[in-house]
Design a protein around this ligand. Structure first.
Ligand code: DGJ
Length: 736
């Protein structure tokens, strides 16, 4: 159903509001929009100044009579006028506004004042568009909402349109602002880190002032991830935890430079504004042109961080990742990188493939080193033809061999990069981002191709399309091993050069979208030297992401825990690799398997060095994983013990139908004689009866064959975890 409303001469044309099951309603008498998910309501309206104003975001409301027409907040003093005290829903920077705006522009005549007023809106099922316009100029900002009722998520983004007859320059374009109820005592959670140490959870109190979470790197970044959560302190001082408490959360769908500002105003408004990074940002719009912001997704729960994560997981699986509801479970893959690095050739890869097939691997991926003069990271990037010494007969013999072993074939590419020592760079030195006459800073001996250029985009699409068309390639591992530097685009001209921050990423998205449309069976992993490009924008286009180059299992517990706050296990690639690795730690192979089995399992070991015992263990673990992967990848996660807080880490996954649950538990080190804490399970039916199937019976202290949900959740399981880096798994199958 489409409902259209418009404003003529400052009067809203009132039509009958829609009640009932519609997820979006306009209460015409109060000029309020109510956006309902199954569990939450989000309300904003048009105030007496004809501006959009936030009203409410929280537990679902059911009584429209509770809601009053919205009025601006009073001015506090001459220093804090209405523009700063009022929670603007999509505010332009103008008047005396001192909080973070959603939109800031400079017009051709030098005017920099922008005051947006409501014009009209349209409701279409679960979507709402609200058109706003400057009080004087034909500069339009249309704010788009989409409600995902089953997921409890609301999406917002904006489209800025220049309908004046002169060019304008956008200096800040944000998707929107989220508000939590006014007050003090909020806490911010976010994900921070570095290369090989991504997605570390940080929690800190929100104080008055503005905190910036951002990437200025041209891509999502290892350092900070575009996700946030804010939890409230209750009147009795109680904090949200995994199972309780009010948590508001959000994530931005953008893989270029981004920015989230978390702001507590002097008037106790806590607001989060997010979109394109404003740093070095200037986006000119000619008459008739538009700029669309990235989408910003948000949700609320009263059931703590655990439920907040589960909501995002379900949402991402169903509405973001390709395949949605019908996505298959991820295959077990083997990747040759840690075994061979650049030293790939046909016999070596075939030998690894044969061994991988024997342990139950379903996808064989050849990593870096197969193309051009690529023997290390100094040369070859950009020359995407098969290296004739390493593969004298091309890729076909290897791919056919892999397929004959009942595995599909995947290959590594790094399409956005070029080594100066390559034929591509010698032919097209102008294709990299650069400022003429200035140094071109190399990182990993490579430069960044300017994907914002349409000729570079076309070239990239063409070689990727050819590679996938000519070879039976099921999967691309799409890598990106450095961030932007000297982000110049001389051909665009000084007025338009800064468009690079947006155009690079939108062209990248276009390449992937076209590739997938032309090769619908092709799957892709987003890798950026580990987890440098993990966000809901890239996840809309890829089936999985590489979590971290750090595959050391104990470090991984924390990296994966942080990842799990925002993103689902289905998209989280996790490999088992050889030891010692990274920080020199050695953990048992079983422990490494168990850690990796909490995501989408990959094997990265040098199989040529494995003993018969290693093969036997790997075969057993992979077979076990195949029985539980649906639950891990597509089920509900309960974080029971955090690696941040003690020696024990435990995670439990429950299938959506509640018939299967799997527990993973890890002990870092045991004090002699001191038992590991009892693990009380979650997410089960108290009245249900479950068969208890330990991966290793000797680890179960009480030798249970079956147990009720009540027992498992209240009495709990005691596991005999001993020594250092011990781990185990217990499978539960509902029998009654
Ligand atoms: C960085 C990736 O994260 C690694 O897994 C590997 O693919 C290398 N690049 C290859 O150069």
């Amino acid at each position: 159903m489409i409902n259209r409303y418009c404003l003529c001469a400052a009067a809203i044309a009132l039509c009958a509001p829609v009640f009932g099951q519609e997820p979006i309603r306009f209460l015409a008498d109060k000029k309020l929009w109510v956006l309902d998910t199954n569990t939450t309501s989000y309300v904003f309206g048009v105030n007496e100044r004809n501006q959009l104003q936030h009203v409410y975001w929280g537990v679902r409301l059911w009584r429209d009579a509770d809601l009053a027409a919205v009025r601006t907040s009073p001015e506090w003093a001459s220093f804090d006028g209405v523009a700063s005290t009022t929670p603007g829903e999509y505010a332009g920077w103008g008047s005396n506004m001192y909080t973070e705006p959603c939109l800031k522009v400079t017009l051709a005549d030098g005017n920099r004042d922008l005051v947006l007023r409501y014009v009209s809106h349209q409701i279409q099922g679960d979507r709402l568009e609200v058109v706003t316009k400057d009080i004087q100029y034909d500069l339009f900002a249309t704010v788009h909402y989409r409600v995902y009722p089953s997921a409890g998520i609301i999406e917002k983004h904006a489209v800025i349109e220049n309908r004046t007859s002169q060019p304008i320059t956008i200096e800040s374009a944000q998707a929107g602002t989220w508000y939590v109820p006014p007050g003090d005592g909020y806490r911010l959670s976010y994900l921070n880190g570095r290369w090989a140490g991504e997605t570390q959870l940080v929690q800190e109190d929100i104080h008055p002032g503005l905190k910036v979470l951002e990437s200025r790197r041209g891509t999502t970044s290892h350092q900070t991830n575009p996700w946030f959560a804010i939890d409230a302190v209750e009147g009795d001082g109680a904090r949200a935890d995994e199972g309780r408490g009010r948590v508001w959360f959000g994530a931005l769908g953008w893989s270029g430079s981004w920015r989230l500002t978390v702001e507590q105003t002097p008037h106790q408004q806590v607001r989060v504004t997010g979109g394109y990074n404003t740093f070095d940002f200037a986006y000119p719009l000619n008459p008739g042109e538009r700029l669309e912001t990235p989408p910003f997704y948000g949700g609320f729960t009263s059931n703590g961080f655990g439920e907040a994560s589960r909501m995002l997981h379900r949402f991402t699986r169903e509405f973001i990742l390709p395949g949605g509801h019908s996505a298959k479970v991820r295959p077990v893959l083997y990747n040759s990188w840690e075994a061979t690095e650049f030293n790939v050739d046909e016999p070596g890869q075939k030998a690894l493939a044969e061994k991988a097939a024997k342990i139950g691997v379903e996808r064989f991926v050849m990593d870096d080193g197969w193309f051009g003069a690529r023997n290390d990271d100094h040369a070859g990037l950009g020359d995407w033809f098969v290296n004739p010494k390493k593969f004298p007969n091309g890729l076909q013999p290897l791919i056919r061999y892999v397929n004959s072993l009942d595995m599909d074939f995947g290959i590594w590419v790094e399409p956005e990069m070029v080594n100066p020592n390559s034929d591509l760079y010698r032919k097209h030195p102008d294709w990299v981002m650069n400022f003429p006459g200035r140094p071109r800073t190399e990182a990993r001996n490579q430069l960044v191709l300017n994907m914002a250029r349409d000729d570079v985009k076309e070239y990239t699409f063409e070689w990727l399309d050819k590679l996938v068309t000519e070879n039976n390639i099921a999967f691309l591992k799409w890598d990106m091993n450095r961030n932007f530097s000297e982000p110049g685009w001389p051909e665009a001209g000084p007025a338009s050069e800064k468009k690079i921050w947006v155009k690079y990423t939108s062209n990248l998205y276009e390449i992937i979208d076209r590739l997938r449309a032309k090769h619908p069976k092709l799957e892709i992993e987003s890798c950026s030297g580990g987890g440098g490009r993990v966000d809901l924008g890239i996840m809309k286009r890829v089936d999985e992401v590489w979590t971290s180059d750090n595959t050391e299992a104990f470090d991984r517990l924390r990296i994966q825990e942080g990842f799990s706050y925002a993103y689902p296990a289905q998209g989280m690639m996790a490999w088992v690799t050889d030891v010692p690795n990274y920080n020199g730690r050695s953990t048992p192979l079983a422990y490494r398997f168990l850690v990796a089995m909490m995501g989408s399992l990959g094997i990265g070991n040098n199989l040529n060095k494995w003993t018969n015992d290693d093969y036997a263990l790997a075969t057993q673990m992979i077979a076990y994983y195949k029985t539980i992967r649906g639950t891990v990848q597509q089920g509900r996660l309960y974080r029971l013990f955090s690696p941040r807080l003690g020696e024990l880490t435990a995670n439990q996954y429950v299938s959506e139908d509640g018939k299967q649950s799997v527990l993973f538990a890890f002990l870092r080190g045991q004090q002699y004689g001191r038992p590991a804490p009892t693990i009380r399970l979650r997410g089960l039916d108290e009245r249900g009866v479950y068969r208890v199937k330990p991966l290793d019976g000797s680890k179960l202290v009480e030798k249970l064959e079956t147990a009720s949900g009540a027992y498992l959740q209240s009495h709990g399981l005691n596991l005999a975890l001993t020594g250092d880096y011990d781990g185990t798994s217990v499978l539960l199958e509902r029998v009654e």
